[in-house]
Design a protein around this ligand. Structure first.
Ligand SMILES: CC(C)(COP(=O)(O)OP(=O)(O)OC[C@H]1O[C@@H](n2cnc3c(N)ncnc32)[C@H](O)[C@@H]1OP(=O)(O)O)[C@@H](O)C(=O)NCCC(=O)NCCS
Length: 167
């Protein structure tokens, strides 16, 4: 199944609003209801292509149909040189068909091509086996456990950190 990444369009806003308001649709990252109005405001502001964060639609070319969304956020650990953290969510009907790992690999190629980024990182949950496998297939390496890093589903939880380097 051929996929591509493309910018968010008006036709995608309904899906992005659903991610904010349908419990569990985004998977384990669900953290309660979020204002769906932020979607339209963000689209009006920069079409989700900001300098510091944003995202692209994962599109299945036959249709074509939007299958999900990949996100990026620039961050910095030390004195100089920023890294990117990526994230992904696919609609349930498009999961488990090889789209997730390919979309994340494709997104890395895009970022390495169009930005000077050296380090791309991604966090996931200890119980998210699909994302752990998808990241490894996309060329990421497991770096370690980030202890007690997020409040989710009633408690503080550990996270898993992965990265892929330009080199
Ligand atoms: C996580 C997610 C992006 C993975 O994408 P996907 O398209 O479903 O996964 P893929 O089809 O590319 O599969 C990648 C690997 O994971 C395995 N896998 C897929 N779904 C799985 C599941 N539910 N349980 C265990 N393994 C699974 C696949 O078999 C494949 O491994 P293999 O080649 O060794 O067989 C997608 O399931 C999703 O959007 N989930 C909800 C949101 C989410 O969890 N996002 C990440 C938050 S950190």
């Amino acid at each position: 199944m051929a996929i591509r990444l493309r910018p968010v369009g008006e036709e995608d806003l309904a899906m992005l609003r659903r991610f904010k308001t349908e419990p569990g649709l985004i998977g384990l990252d669900w953290a309660g209801f979020r204002d769906p109005g932020t979607v339209d405001r963000r689209f009006a502001a920069d079409s989700y292509l900001g300098e510091d964060d944003g995202g692209l639609i994962v599109e299945v070319e036959t249709g074509p149909v939007a299958a999900g969304f990949v996100s990026y956020r620039w961050g910095q650990f030390g004195a100089a040189g920023r890294h990117v953290e990526i994230g992904i969510v696919l609609l349930p009907e498009w999961r488990g068909q090889g789209i997730g790992w390919r979309a994340q690999a494709m997104f890395c190629e895009y970022l390495f091509r169009h930005t000077p980024v050296h380090r791309i990182q991604a966090g996931t949950h200890p119980e998210n086996i699909a994302e752990q496998k998808a990241l490894e297939k996309a060329g990421f390496q497991f770096e370690g456990v980030i202890r007690g890093c997020e409040f989710r589903d009633g408690g503080w939880r550990d996270g898993y950190l992965y990265s892929r380097l330009r080199s």
